[in-house]
Design a protein around this ligand. Structure first.
Ligand SMILES: [Zn+2]
Ligand SMILES: [Zn+2]
Length: 365
């Protein structure tokens, strides 16, 4: 049996939870408040054996031999407050006791190499997530009326999702074929002049804290669609922030997440170079070359509200950024209504910008 961390109120013995409104630990019984830093000493043991090598290099041979273990791994804990058995899967790092509802944190899931470097504490609470959901469905004309009336949410959970954050410096270059076309006429002829250009762009870029979701439970596209998170509000990790929420440890390693980070870094570099090729009638990219100069990664927990609902036997998941309130998710569509609106774009935007601090030094070839 493994060890659980609880946060007891020194005044009344109640269970303290992190309160996102006041950004402090609060006792729900006697209303006493505590700074999360006051519980730092409880986390001291977490750093043991934490000799982390967080540097990585660019590998173009992308790893695909990663296999997931078969079967579900289950863990059992005993609640310190009521003695009840808490069963979780093997990635759960924080939850609440199903018998007495006490918030608990699984320290073994946050220790050594599993210790996060940073956490962005929740800023928005469950009530605000519900309000955002209602707002999200209120303006949707294609939503079946019955869905809105019932307005049922099966489950709502505040989850700290594990993210890998990549810093990288890259050197990139790209080539383009471009033309400028000019037309004019005199009394006898129409003229067309086409000038051909060979365009070269090159530069160095630095990326900061590019997030890649480190949990297989979370759909990558759903997580990317609630970005960006504001990293300037991240704090050094402490287990106290998790009290009252769910948390998962990563189950996709830093090495395996690099593939996705690389895709984002390459695409952003190429896009940034292309955005400077202006003033031509036509532009055709003919090649690019991106090299990583240096890279390092950090491990962080980011706050996400997840809402699940069922409609016509189908599950729908919504997610809200627990820091900024950005809300995304699928909605069922009323087919009869859809015919009326056919042709009107109803796509829910999932375009994801990510926090990339771009230091862009251009030199023209
Ligand atoms: Zn108390
Ligand atoms: Zn209990």
């Amino acid at each position: 049996m493994s060890v659980l961390q609880e946060y007891k109120c020194p005044s009344c013995g109640g269970s303290l939870e992190f309160n996102s409104k006041i950004q402090k630990m609060k006792c729900p019984y006697c209303d006493t408040e505590f700074e999360p830093e006051a519980f730092k000493e409880l986390d001291e043991a977490l750093s043991e054996e934490a000799v982390k090598d967080d540097s990585f290099s660019w590998t173009d041979t992308e790893k695909s031999d990663w296999t997931k273990e078969d079967g579900e791994n289950i863990r059992a804990y005993v609640c310190n407050s009521c003695g009840g058995e808490i069963i979780t899967d093997d990635t759960t790092a924080a939850t609440s006791c199903p018998y007495c509802n006490n918030p608990v944190v699984m320290k073994e899931q946050l220790q050594g190499l599993l210790k996060p470097d940073f956490v962005i504490p929740f800023k928005l609470d469950k009530k605000q997530a519900m309000e955002a959901y209602k707002k999200h469905i209120s303006g949707k004309k294609l939503l079946p009326a019955v869905f809105k009336e019932k307005n049922h949410i099966d489950e709502i959970k505040g989850i700290y999702v594990p993210f890998w954050l990549y810093d990288a410096a890259v050197q990139g270059s790209a080539q383009y074929k471009a033309t400028n076309v000019r037309h004019w006429s005199d009394t006898n002829y129409n003229y067309t002049e086409t000038r051909h250009y060979s365009v070269f762009r090159g530069g160095n870029m630095a990326f900061s804290k590019i997030p890649v979701d480190g949990s297989t439970k979370m759909a990558d596209d759903l997580m990317e669609s609630i970005e960006p998170f504001d990293f300037s509000e991240a704090v050094d990790f402490g287990t106290a922030y998790l009290s009252g929420y769910f948390a998962d440890k990563y189950d996709v390693s830093m090495e395996d997440s690099i593939i996705r980070a690389n895709e984002r870094i390459k695409k952003s570099t190429v896009d940034a170079l292309s955005s400077t090729v202006t003033g031509y009638t036509s532009v055709m990219p003919t090649g690019s070359n991106i090299n990583m100069l240096s890279g390092s990664s950090k491990y962080a927990l980011y706050p996400v509200w997840l809402l699940n609902t069922t409609f016509n036997g189908q599950k729908y998941t919504f997610a809200m950024n627990g820091q900024t309130g950005k809300f995304v998710g699928d909605l069922p569509m009323d087919k009869s209504k859809y015919m009326k609106y056919f042709g009107i774009s109803t796509a829910i935007g999932t375009a994801a910008g990510f926090i990339a601090t771009i230091l862009f030094n251009l030199f023209f070839g």
